[in-house]
Design a protein around this ligand. Structure first.
Ligand SMILES: [Fe+2]
Length: 234
């Protein structure tokens, strides 16, 4: 079985949860060798002095398909080739009950140091067809640092990041969370993330989006976030 077939089987063999809204959690998403390789290729960005400070959010963009942003290192290239394969996309669409086809794909490495709290419970923007979070936790990291999920029936602005969470995806290396963002009055995919752990200083993940239309998100203003490709290299 090759790596793509492994990932395809992981998706098709998994079951969605409807609590508190439809999502898919898959552990051991990539074959071990590919996962370790992908993770090792992110250290170029995570070995950065700025990530020794508290309350920092940093990022590095790996893919924006429509504007030809794509990694060239072997493991990351294979990882994204798999995520962009038609049969993989179809299997995710099937699980999340999506009929629309994505027209673009964006992915970044996203890291928070201790003390960073995303400011608001939110459903994700409606130009995103599928959201995927892929956790790059190390062994013995704090499992509670996954993505917090909340009731779909209320406006996220009314919800408290910590008190109102009803579930959290596990922050375990090579575990993924998929969902299709919805922002309807009675069905909002409310979620949020934070790092207030006493155990884990650096929370690391890929956040990837299959998009409804082509868009260049590399030009977006990323207020309050540090571009790890540019800043304070060791
Ligand atoms: Fe989000």
């Amino acid at each position: 079985m090759n790596n793509k077939e492994y990932v395809l089987n992981k998706i098709t063999d998994s079951e969605c949860s409807e609590t508190p809204w439809r999502h898919l959690i898959i552990k051991d998403f990539l074959p071990k060798n590919l996962y370790e390789g992908v993770k090792s290729e992110t250290t170029t960005y995570t070995d950065n002095k700025v990530l020794e400070e508290t309350g920092v959010r940093g990022y590095h963009i790996f893919v924006n398909e429509s504007v030809d942003v794509y990694p060239t290192t072997p493991y990351l290239k294979e990882y994204y080739d798999i995520l962009l394969d038609g049969s993989i996309i179809n299997s995710i669409k099937d699980k999340l009950l999506i009929s629309q086809n994505p027209k673009d794909f964006y992915s970044e490495l996203n890291v928070f140091t201790k003390g960073y709290v995303y400011d608001e419970v939110h459903p994700d923007r409606s130009d995103k067809l599928i959201t995927m979070l892929h956790y790059l936790a190390d062994d013995r990291d704090d499992e509670s640092l996954g993505t917090f999920l909340y009731t779909p029936n209320r406006d996220g602005k009314e919800l408290d990041v910590f008190k109102d969470r009803v579930k959290s995806s596990p922050y375990i290396g090579n575990c993924v969370l998929f969902f299709s963002p919805k922002d309807d009055d009675n069905y909002r995919t409310n979620h949020c993330m934070a790092n207030v752990s006493h155990k884990t200083f650096l929370r690391k993940s890929f956040q990837s989006f299959w998009m409804k239309d082509e868009a260049d998100w590399t030009k977006d203003k990323q207020t309050g976030r540090l571009n790890l490709s540019l800043n304070n290299k060791i």
